[in-house]
Design a protein around this ligand. Sequence first.
Ligand code: NDP
Length: 270
Amino acid sequence: MGNPVRLAVIGHPVAHSRSPAMHNAACAALGAPFRMEAIEVEPSGLPEFIRRARVEFAGVSITSPHKEAVIPLLDAVNPEARSIGAVNCLFHMGGLLTGANTDASGFIQACEREGGVRLDGARALVIGAGGAARAVVHGLARRGAARVWIANRSPDRARELVAAAGGNHAALWNEAEDAIEPLDLLVNATTASRQGINPAPPGLFRHVSPRALAMDLTYGRPSPFLGACAAGGLGVMDGLPMLLYQAAEAFSFWTGRAAPLEVMRRALEE
Ligand code: NDP
């Protein structure tokens, strides 16, 4: 057998990434001739890495802090990634290095397949206004959520996200608090759990349906947000299912094959 086709995950830092374990286990299980490596890329090195990616890598997974900065360096960006304003997956299509975003569909599938939430008609709170929050708000709109309230530490970024979501779909949490209807879904899309902080707005539990699901996109560490939600009787889910489903979609872009989900899940959990 010849050398495997190369895949990469890039970030800064990237050593903690579970993507190589997941994708390499999937390739081994299917006998697919690909191998993923984690490559540390500092922001200043991103243009040089993208030049290399054109010839050296069949696919690249992009993590923080490159998801937005990579966009102007690509030949094409698919409409969903363009509208979210972030790319987390690169592949070659018709000779063009193309960017996609699989976070939104990873979020949708995690909620629907593992969280038991029906997003169509749902009312949701999204905490955060960074790249992950934008993908979540996009995913909620794509699935027909009735209304999304957005809360963020920096109000200006929350306002920008409400404006980007457009129409009557989204509103600012602290400006619309009196009008909030019982929430079916709470999403912590901040990095606050990494700092041991619960970013929930005060008075949140007054607005929550007893059957609501609370989700924290961060994984691999305790979440004070999920701890408080579980103590309040809500169902909770960390970021691992979303990570799994976003990776599964990327795997299909690169290999043209359906991802072996349970193999990837085991590699992720080990
Ligand atoms: P960004 O850096 O783009 O955004 C960070 C967000 O967190 C901002 O809204 C920021 O607020 C907020 N924040 C940071 N510190 C605090 C704090 N102490 N209190 C309240 N809010 C805070 O990050 P991303 O959007 O890229 O990622 C967010 C999280 O989602 C990360 O932990 C990432 O690992 C996770 N993620 C998980 C995925 C998965 O598949 N499970 C996929 C993508 C991301 P402000 O605007 O005020 O700075």
